[in-house]
Design a protein around this ligand. Structure first.
Ligand code: HEC
Ligand code: HEC
Length: 88
């Protein structure tokens, strides 16, 4: 017959580690920190990646910083303007 389960020190340590991980994840998931796309006319009317990069690409009026992620789906991270003219 198998020995009955008893809650040992190691089990307590395991539960404590799982709990700590959950707390860290919960704290980190709070607020969205990536800036939203501004809701002004030039942003409302930009409906392509090329349009965004016209201003935010290399040499644009507000080039993305060097450490910015090299990814194309801008709205995946930056919420689109509230009054965007494109199709969501
Ligand atoms: C006509 C030029 C122009 C176009 C096109 C443009 N932007 Fe911008 N964008 C700016 C300027 C200038 C700023 C900084 C001033 C401001 O916050 O409005 C800015 C700011 C931003 C910011 C930073 C907001 C913040 O709070 O720091 C994000 C994000 C952004 N744009 C995303 C986009 C995306 C995504 C597109 C394409 C859909 C786009 N922009 C198209 C000129 C442009
Ligand atoms: C994977 C997520 C992600 C994607 C996709 C993304 N960005 Fe960003 N972007 C960020 C984060 C995070 C920041 C804040 C960076 C910081 O402040 O250090 C940022 C900051 C910015 C800023 C503000 C920079 C400044 O001058 O303060 C602009 C403008 C911007 N992104 C434009 C774009 C454009 C245009 C695209 C599409 C070509 C795009 N982003 C795609 C995550 C993303």
């Amino acid at each position: 017959m198998k020995p009955r389960f008893s809650f040992t020190r190691r089990d307590a340590a395991f539960v404590a580690v799982v709990g700590a991980v959950l707390v860290v994840l919960a704290l980190g998931s709070g607020k969205r920190t990536t800036p939203a796309t501004p809701d002004d006319p030039p942003h409302q009317q930009a409906t392509s990646r090329a349009a965004c990069l016209g201003c935010h690409g290399k040499g644009g009026v507000r080039a993305m910083p060097k450490r910015h992620p090299k990814m194309d789906q801008c709205f995946m991270c930056h919420a689109p303007p509230a009054h965007w003219v494109g199709k969501r």
